[in-house]
Design a protein around this ligand. Structure first.
Ligand code: ATP
Ligand code: MG
Length: 674
């Protein structure tokens, strides 16, 4: 890739991300500068009422953490319960970091035991709703009891410290219980998203060499039963490491139970003893391995250890979400993703949160299911992904409008850059214009949130994740490793942080090559980023997705955001295609909002709209209408597959694609139109 900076500088008064004041067609406003953004009220200052109650009120935290990051992190680590204190905070032998060396703790103990010893004992930990509508509420005491019993059950199946356990479950309380039970006995869990195929499950089990698989008979998705156990059976035909399978009864669908190998969860629990001593884990013992979403290619098995990871998720849940004991926290992520690990299980539970978990689809039985859940349970903090927000926009405001969302006090976003237009919609229609929106940048590899506002003290700008959190040394660098003060470049993290990945499971070479190849001893997340005059970070998506058009670097995210700012567009995916003259030309795949039909005229309007918003250079040479875009199962747009289509190549790794039909259809259409 060419020098990212050569044509990518933004000085004072130039555009950061072009934002449209007016959505109506062709009446677009001129380019908006940061100053203009300020004038236009596109900078949202924290309300005084929010600040006065915020967990973090003093902006001095940034400076203090910068002065002494080790001390800063040590103070957070002290908020966990340790069986034995560490004797050294950090050992950094790049690219390998160790945190809180010599310390001993247990992640499960920190998520349940310490709460049942105090007033949280009878507090609701998990408020669960199944897709068909059943409800279960488990207090911390009940989670504690179930986890202890299941930990003993796993032991009875021969699971020991360091063994790997694969978890392939729907979003039911047993998913959380299983993860915590593994952590309790020191077994390493590998959660595989319940929407994955038998093939994907098999690969992950074999990579981890898991001894036990925990699954369910079935799960509900859009009113039908997904036969999980059948898929698991198929997967483990080729998984010699699996000795036992535990089945949670969920959907009561018919399954095959193999005598000796398969065990019902409820029967094991019935027989199990009530208390299981938590294993005293070394701070650097592995807590879990987890695969990335596969947006850029073959997924990587990321390794996280115990002390540093728990410190990172404890701190960020507390500060970024401003979590309080009385909050009802709802992170919509599945436990199959890192967001579900860090902000459903370990972060919220280490903080003693009450949270909602929901099994099914957001549009089942109607498109207001999420809003109904918020109303019903009085959710105060809601954390979801841009892909979901864009779907809500597409469905229309009447759905959230019909529910009372006044309990909400903070909104979060994760997974992709959030388009400014989507941010504004979220803020207005879900947050009622009252809630801070925290756009949180992080990765499976980083373990916890890295760049995000502290909602009491950091003004937000729609589309920017604002600034790195205290204790995180994230900067923007050019190819030479020089710091970019304002302008575009590569995001880089210069110092180790506690929850950083400790490697790729079984592949130390790939670890070094993937993350430390670009600059010496500096972590390379492979995301592009621009810094504006106020020092705000604008994440641009993956470096691989950046286009080079007539010598100019243009990020897919900017063109997509310009398209989404048009009143007819629900979602778009943009790629660079080979062009004899310009090097690369821009092709845009566009999904229109409901009530809008594709036509040649709309196509021309959209091209003009982008040209007006960003400049003639960004005018797409092709607009292709698509009912759906290819996405990973975690909902991220897979531009690499669109590039494969455009370049006439065979499709790359498609194992994490959510719907293979979408890409096949697009491929056909593209070939017909070319
Ligand atoms: P793979 O690494 O296998 O390609 P993936 O990167 O999609 O998959 P994750 O670790 O789930 O897997 O996603 C992290 C990536 O998601 C980040 O590197 C970034 O590109 C994107 N991302 C997440 N949150 C944000 C955000 N708030 N703003 C911009 N981008 C984000
Ligand atoms: Mg990644």
């Amino acid at each position: 890739m060419r020098d990212f900076l050569s044509s990518y500088s933004i000085g004072k008064g130039s555009i950061i991300i072009k934002l449209m004041k007016d959505n109506s067609n062709m009446k677009t406003e001129p380019i908006h500068t940061v100053d203009a953004l300020l004038e236009e009220n596109r900078v949202f200052k924290p309300e005084k009422s929010f600040l006065s109650q915020a967990n973090v009120k003093d902006a001095g935290i940034y400076k203090d953490a910068q002065k002494n990051p080790k001390k800063y992190w040590e103070n957070w680590a002290k908020k966990l319960d340790w069986f034995q204190k560490w004797n050294k905070i950090l050992e950094w032998k790049p690219p390998f970091a160790q945190w809180f060396i010599g310390g001993k703790l247990n992640a499960c103990y920190n998520c349940v035991d310490r709460h049942v010893k105090g007033p949280n004992k009878n507090k609701a930990a998990l408020i669960w709703e199944g897709e068909p509508g059943e409800q279960r509420i488990l207090t911390y005491w009940e989670v504690y009891r179930e986890v202890n019993k299941f930990a003993n059950a796993l032991k009875s199946l021969g699971v020991k410290k360091g063994d790997r356990v694969a978890i392939y479950l729907p979003m039911i309380p047993e998913a959380v219980i299983s993860m915590l039970a593994c952590a309790r006995i020191g077994a390493i869990h590998t959660v595989v998203f319940g929407g994955f195929s038998a093939e994907a499950l098999k690969d992950r089990i074999n990579d981890a060499q898991a001894k036990v698989l925990i699954t369910a008979d079935g799960s509900y998705r859009r009113g039908t039963v997904v036969p999980l156990k059948n898929m698991a059976d198929k997967a483990i035909e080729n998984c010699p490491s699996i000795h036992h399978v535990v089945i949670v009864r969920r959907a009561n669908n018919e399954i095959h139970v193999k005598e000796g190998r398969d065990h019902w969860f409820h029967r094991l629990i019935q027989k199990a003893k009530h208390y299981c001593e938590p294993e005293k884990m070394d701070s650097e013992d592995i807590l879990f391995t987890l695969y990335t979403s596969g947006t850029t290619g073959k997924p990587k098995g990321i390794v996280h250890t115990t002390g540093g990871y728990m410190t990172g998720v404890l701190a960020t849940t507390n500060m970024v979400f401003d979590l309080k004991p009385e909050d009802v926290f709802w992170c919509t992520a599945d436990v199959g993703w890192v967001t579900g690990h860090s902000y459903v299980v370990y972060g919220p539970m280490a903080n003693g949160a009450t949270q909602v978990i929901y099994e099914g689809a957001p549009d089942w039985p109607e498109r207001d299911r999420f809003w109904k859940l918020i109303e019903k349970y009085g959710v105060t903090i809601f954390y979801t992904a841009p892909t979901a927000i864009r779907a809500f926009m597409k469905w229309g405001v009447e759905w959230p409008k019909s529910c009372n969302l006044s309990s909400l006090r903070l909104l979060g976003s994760v997974g992709e850059p959030i388009n400014p237009e989507a941010w504004m919609w979220y803020h207005k229609h879900i947050g009622g214009g009252q809630c801070p929106v925290v756009d949180t940048w992080w990765q499976t590899e980083t373990g916890s949130i890295m760049i995000a506002p502290l909602p009491g003290i950091m003004p937000t700008k729609p589309g920017s994740a604002t600034k790195p959190l205290p204790g995180i040394d994230a900067v923007v660098l050019n190819d030479e490793g020089e710091k970019v003060k304002t302008g575009g470049g590569y995001l880089a993290i210069r110092k180790p942080w506690p929850s950083m990945l400790r490697g790729i499971y079984g592949d130390p070479e790939r670890f070094k090559k993937t993350y430390f190849r670009k600059w010496k001893d500096i972590y390379f997340p492979a995301d592009g980023c621009k810094i504006d005059d106020d020092g705000y970070y604008w994440l641009l998506g993956r470096v691989d997705d950046i286009m080079l058009v007539a010598g100019h670097n243009i990020s897919t995210m900017e063109v997509e955001s310009a398209l989404v700012s048009h009143h007819s567009v629900a979602e778009s995916a943009v790629i660079g295609i080979t062009d004899d003259v310009k090097g690369q030309a821009i092709a845009a795949f566009v999904t229109l909002k409901e009530g809008h039909a594709p036509s040649k005229e709309v196509e021309e309007r959209l091209k003009a709209h982008v040209a007006h918003a960003i400049g003639a250079i960004a005018r797409p040479s092709k607009v292709l209408f698509a009912e759906d875009l290819p996405k990973t199962r975690s909902g991220k747009i897979m531009r690499r597959l669109l590039r494969d289509i455009a370049e006439g190549r065979a499709l790359g790794d498609v194992t994490t694609l959510s719907d293979a039909n979408v890409i096949e259809k697009l491929k056909k259409r593209y070939e017909e139109e070319s």
